[in-house]
Design a protein around this ligand. Structure first.
Ligand code: NAG
Ligand code: NAG
Ligand code: NAG
Ligand code: NAG
Ligand code: NAG
Ligand code: NAG
Length: 243
């Protein structure tokens, strides 16, 4: 949960990688998109007196990072909605942005309406991922066919929000959301192996035997390369600068 530590060497690496154009996708939900960049930490725990968000000198501060705030990591409902299939569709995300996710429980929920009252409709049973280390790491997971929650029916044009919750080893949870409008399949951005893929360094585990996820062979577990670590740092630095 500690904010990622910057160092001068990482900053230089960041600038180098930026000039190589390697970081055009510093997001958490890589498909179908997200509300906006919330990889952002500011203020101090002393200033907020230990609160996750506090009002300080005329603006909010997020001393632990915006992403830890329910329901959508400090981001309000957006108006740039993504079209997503009325019968369910793909979701891809990068789970390794913060420390503490060598294992993590993942929840994918739906909230109905333009400004949902809650995000209390699970789309999948909780599942566990295993990452290459407890430090930040790169890589994505892709679930090509996430269904609608049981007993939910929608029509084209209805609005909703998809919420991803990632509970770290120690139980603290990161939140990220994407606002969608349901649409027919042919109106939805195509899912490809470039925008939706499983990295070999991230594995999946069942939490409940009834899970509807299909298994893949166990992923090899290695430590992250220095470049990988730097890439993550870079994205976090950019995240902090952009907001
Ligand atoms: C919505 O706009 C924000 C702010 O410009 C941007 O960061 C985000 O990627 C956009 N989301 C989608 C789904 O287009
Ligand atoms: C708020 O203002 C005080 C007094 O000027 C300053 O010490 C403090 O760092 C400011 N807080 C933030 C988050 O900028
Ligand atoms: C902290 O970050 C938030 C979100 O980007 C921003 O709205 C706010 O102005 C920042 N606060 C300070 C004191 O820089
Ligand atoms: C869906 O949300 C958009 C704003 O993002 C709004 O303009 C539109 O009216 C909403 N549609 C419905 C059916 O509520
Ligand atoms: C969540 O919101 C829905 C409306 O989208 C409502 O029907 C339901 O009762 C709410 N559930 C809880 C637990 O508040
Ligand atoms: C990624 O792995 C999960 C869990 O094994 C699987 O359900 C999903 O289909 C895989 N994604 C792709 C694109 O193969």
């Amino acid at each position: 949960m500690e904010p990622f530590t910057l160092s001068i060497s990482r900053l230089f690496a960041a600038i180098t990688l930026l000039s190589l154009g390697l970081v055009n996708a510093h997001s958490i939900i890589t498909y179908p998109g997200y509300r906006g960049n919330n990889l952002h930490t500011n203020g101090t725990v002393q200033q907020s007196n230990g609160l996750g968000v506090a009002w300080e000198n005329g603006s909010y501060i997020y001393p632990y990072g915006m992403q830890w705030l329910y329901p959508c990591g400090g981001m309000p409902t957006s108006t740039n909605r993504t079209k997503w299939p009325i019968n369910g569709g793909a979701i891809a995300l990068q789970p390794g942005w913060f420390q503490g996710h060598s294992t993590a429980f993942m929840y994918i929920n739906l909230g109905l309406g333009t400004v949902p009252q809650n995000m209390s409709l699970p789309m999948l049973p909780v599942f566990e991922i295993t990452g290459p280390s407890n430090n930040p790491y790169p890589g994505t997971i892709c679930l090509p066919q996430v269904p609608l929650p049981a007993d939910v029916t929608v029509k084209a044009g209805d609005n909703a929000t998809i919420q991803i919750v990632e509970a770290a080893k120690h139980g603290a949870a990161l939140y990220d959301c994407v606002d969608i409008t349901f649409a027919e399949d042919d109106e939805v951005a195509e899912v490809t192996k470039d925008n939706c893929f499983n990295s070999s360094t991230i594995g999946f585990k069942y939490v409940f035997a009834s899970s509807s996820l299909t298994t893949t062979s166990a992923a090899p577990v290695h430590g992250p390369s220095r470049v990988a670590t730097i890439l993550i740092s870079l994205a976090m630095i950019l995240g902090a600068w952009i907001l």
